[in-house]
Ligand binder design. Structure first.
Ligand SMILES: Nc1ncnc2c1ncn2[C@@H]1O[C@H](COP(=O)(O)OP(=O)(O)OP(=O)(O)O)[C@@H](O)[C@H]1O
Ligand SMILES: [Mg+2]
Length: 229
């Protein structure tokens, strides 16, 4: 396959097998997918189809059992851990299905964290984190800790944290799963705006209504992927 300089995600023949005792569970079965710069894609599939497993691999948080994965033409399976850590921090914004917020930190501190890891000074990190929390309607919840927030509010903090660093690639796993319809529409508008600014977006969802709002849709079922274009 020829390298495409516009290709952000180039996953080839990805297989993921989990070992449960002596039983093998093939969760991703020969998945190939390409996402180009400035694409807005959705991966749609039912519960248990392998969506989060795939997101962890695309986000360089987990490795496949076999296959190849190039992110911005970097060979991820042959990259060193410090290289992967830098890619995760500098290029990717994550919205995790289970939020993965730090329970002892406030909403503001959670959103500042990716900036501080990047070496941004505290004053600037506070300003940017406040701006994103405000955008997500949480200006009056800055000093609340995740256990003091509702599920939907925690999800909005997770979205603010994912976008605060203006990530080249946003990977969002069920980002509207805990939101009411108004907040869900608001979050989709924020993602669309980011996309208009040139960022590449991949949303993972089982919600057909969310999927219908974007142009490029992949469908995942039983660990196999189908292009719906
Ligand atoms: N660490 C693990 N060890 C063993 N099996 C796992 C592991 N993680 C996930 N699985 C299994 O892999 C399958 C796919 O899980 P995954 O979380 O990727 O699904 P999903 O599409 O994200 O589902 P949902 O929509 O419910 O979030 C499931 O059957 C799950 O039980
Ligand atoms: Mg999932």
């Amino acid at each position: 396959m020829i390298e495409n300089p516009k290709c952000v995600i180039d996953a080839r023949n990805i297989v993921k097998i989990y070992q449960n005792g002596c039983e093998e569970l093939k969760v991703l079965d020969d998945i190939s997918l390409q996402v180009l710069k400035n694409d807005f894609s959705v991966i749609l599939g039912p519960s248990g189809s392998g969506k989060s497993t795939l997101m962890n691999i695309l986000g360089c948080l987990d490795l496949p059992t076999s296959g190849q994965y190039f992110l911005d033409n970097t060979d991820i399976l042959n990259a060193k851990e410090n290289q992967l850590a830098a890619i995760r921090n500098q290029k990717i914004g994550f919205v995790f299905q289970k939020f993965n917020l730090m329970p002892r930190l406030t909403a503001l501190q959670n959103v500042m964290l990716p900036l501080l890891y990047r070496g941004v000074n505290e004053e600037e990190a506070i300003e940017k984190a406040k701006e994103k929390l405000d955008l997500l309607g949480l200006a009056d919840r800055l000093s609340h800790r995740p256990p003091e927030l509702s599920g939907g509010q925690q999800q909005r903090v997770a979205i603010a944290r994912a976008i605060v660093g203006n990530p080249h690639l946003l990977l969002a796993d069920e980002p509207t799963g805990n939101l009411d319809s108004k907040s869900s529409a608001g979050a989709m508008e924020i993602f669309k705006e980011l996309n208009c600014q040139g960022n590449t977006i991949v949303i993972i969802t089982h919600d057909v209504e969310v999927a219908e709002q974007v142009e490029k849709m992949f469908y995942i079922r039983d660990g196999k992927i189908y292009d719906k274009d």
